[in-house]
Design a protein around this ligand. Structure first.
Ligand code: GAR
Length: 194
């Protein structure tokens, strides 16, 4: 099975959706590490309770290179084939990205190439868009760029706030990321458009 490490910064609901799917017996991948830049990230305890090894490497007070060097230690020790960013809120340097070229994926809460960066839902509402969604893509040194491996759409409804829209998109994130991982772990890079 392909060995998967997951980086999170918060509650880790996408990470939990990925772990739940990988717990299915027929899955082509297995989780070997969940790591966070925030030692208090709620997802760390949840992953540990599911028996997945965890690591916390705080970025606080560290220069980016020193943080990444510390983060690399548990990652390299876990020998992942695939590295998944799942609500990981630190920008990674080109040097880090190149180490995992072609095998690091990210989920982003917009229909890329629209709205890279932050506040994606508010920006989609403010633009008058009728659709929003999420994207899983290969990570390149350019933020929220890289070949798209899957996308899922939701409608933007009258009266939506960033919060109501985020909740609707998150439901699709929890379906899309596991579905893309299954394909990716078997070598299928053709985009999944739902
Ligand atoms: C998700 O909506 C994810 O797409 C987004 O953060 C949330 C994390 O939720 N990621 C980004 O904004 C990346 N820049 P989770 O911790 O419950 O998976």
């Amino acid at each position: 099975k392909a060995r998967v490490a997951i980086l999170i910064s918060g509650g880790g609901s996408n990470m939990l959706a990925l772990l739940a799917d990988m717990a299915q017996g027929d899955h082509p991948a297995t989780p070997v590490l969940v790591a966070s830049n925030d030692p208090l990230a709620g997802g760390l305890a949840k992953a540990a309770s599911l028996g997945v090894p965890t690591a916390a490497v705080s970025h606080r007070g560290l220069a980016r290179d020193a943080f990444e060097a510390s983060l690399l230690e548990p990652i390299l020790a876990a020998k992942p084939d695939i590295l998944l960013l799942a609500g990981f809120m630190r920008v990674l340097t080109p040097g880090f990205v190149h180490r995992f070229a072609g095998r690091m994926l990210n989920i982003h809460p917009s229909l890329l190439p629209k709205y890279p960066g932050l506040h994606t839902h508010q920006r989609a509402i403010d633009a008058g868009d009728t659709q929003a969604g999420c994207t899983v893509h290969l990570v390149t040194p350019v933020l929220d760029d890289g070949p798209i491996l899957g996308q899922a759409c939701v409608p933007i409804l009258a009266g939506d706030t960033a919060g109501t829209l985020a909740a609707r998109v998150l439901v699709q994130e929890h379906r899309l990321y596991p579905a893309v991982l299954r394909r990716f772990a078997t070598g299928d890079r053709t985009p999944l458009l739902a």
